[in-house]
Design a protein around this ligand. Sequence first.
Ligand code: HPA
Length: 274
Amino acid sequence: MVDTIERLEKTAHYIKSRIGYTPEIAVILGSGLGKLADYIEESMEIPYEEIPNFPRTTVVGHEGKLIFGTLKKRRIVAMKGRFHYYEGNDMDAVVFPVRVFKRMGIDNIIVTNAAGGVNTGFTPGDLMLITDHISLFCENPLRGENIDELGPRFPDMSAIYDKELRKIALESAKKLGIDLKEGIYSYCKGPSYESPAEIKALRIMGADAVGMSTVPEAIVARHMGMRVLGISCITNMAAGVLDQPLDHAEVMETGKLAEKKFSGLVSDIIENWR
Ligand code: HPA
């Protein structure tokens, strides 16, 4: 565990020495939602290969770099390309960047993703504010010896997605005329998409959307006391909702179509962050 802290320290120190300031908010950009990075001003990029201890990305459509700069006069860091469990990464690697952010002094994080619509009232292209999550059958990123320096052994998860920030998100959506849905994100390990029976079961459990990311990052962020906001882009209807197979290309395409709306919303939320 001393080893984890040492690695975090080394990485946080490296990044801070290159950037020279501590951003206020970190944003993890989901599949096909990278356009937000284009709106960042005075940006400085660090490819993951250059960052000590950082894992590598392998997914098509995911670049691997941190982008630092200013958005709506606020200093942020955007993570373009995240680490998924299904890539073969250990959970430690999946959540490492989030821990580095906190170690750098960043207390706020926006986690975003592409997700399948489990709620049949959703339409591909919709954005969904994550109100809570389900990850009952998945490995917990805090499994193993607890790192007391980061947070408690049994952290409370009764308010993972910050209520105040959700209010800001809803206000931004209203102002921009975006029909922002709200719902529960269900985490599945992937990489295969879910079966129709699994989606039916998730729906009965209360899920509105399903995806292969976000939850590990949100759990470790809360473990460390960060404020978390989560937004899903519904890129497709989940398995069995429509009589057609799921396809990664469709996920990326819908992500691209919703990118402008998504970037506008996230920018406005950042502007009004409090
Ligand atoms: N299932 C899981 N992950 C996803 C989906 C889905 O339907 N769409 C985008 N990511």
